[in-house]
Design a protein around this ligand. Sequence first.
Ligand code: HEC
Length: 219
Amino acid sequence: MLGLAKQKKAGLLIIGFMLAQLSFSQVFAEQRPFNLGLVATAKQVAGWDIDVRPDGLGAPIGAGNAISGEEVYTDRCASCHGDFGEAVDNWPALVGGEGTLSSHDPVKTTGSYWPYASTMYDYIYRAMPFGEAQSLTHDETYQIVAYLLNMSDIIDAEYELNHSNIGKIEMPNHGGFLMPDPRPDAQPIFGNPCMKDCDVPTQIKGRARDIDVTPESES
Ligand code: HEC
């Protein structure tokens, strides 16, 4: 038999334990409003949280210059994008293409298109090498971006690109993006847009055949 004081203590402990469990499951339920799946661990969240914003926010700690970048690039990227970013076969070019954006056949590269070096970092780390995404280290990614920037004459070969300066690189086509987006299909819709049996006049402005995206056929 437990003494009265001990019984009280044990009771309090049990109540304390139940309260702790209650608040734990409350927190747990709040995080899982549909009662599905598991709450992601901090480590799992960190694995997904890889975005690097235009001003460099989110850039992981690391550094590299174009001289070391040449080797990594040659090893991991050149088989598709060419030794100097000129592209092999139909893979995309990463260098050149200046002045082609408004042409029939725009070539979007480091020098001609990308508005932020940090976005190149984000894209390359996230998606390249094609088929082996996220296999580069942070330093390797800084090195490769530095190499691409250097090939487009944006930085010197010795310039050390890192997490604190990647958001400050001035890219040639930075001013080529219009805000707000002027494309007709990207306009905000106000009021009550027609969703059914709408009598909208149709005007054909272009045909896919004219820009060679459909196969030719005799018929
Ligand atoms: C197996 C071929 C292959 C390899 C290797 C490869 N890429 Fe790519 N890359 C592609 C393809 C395909 C695309 C187009 C992907 C798309 O549009 O969805 C692409 C797109 C890109 C783009 C965007 C081009 C644009 O439209 O502006 C960049 C930048 C890029 N790759 C960088 C790299 C870098 C850096 C490496 C090396 C770490 C690399 N790639 C390795 C095939 C490859």
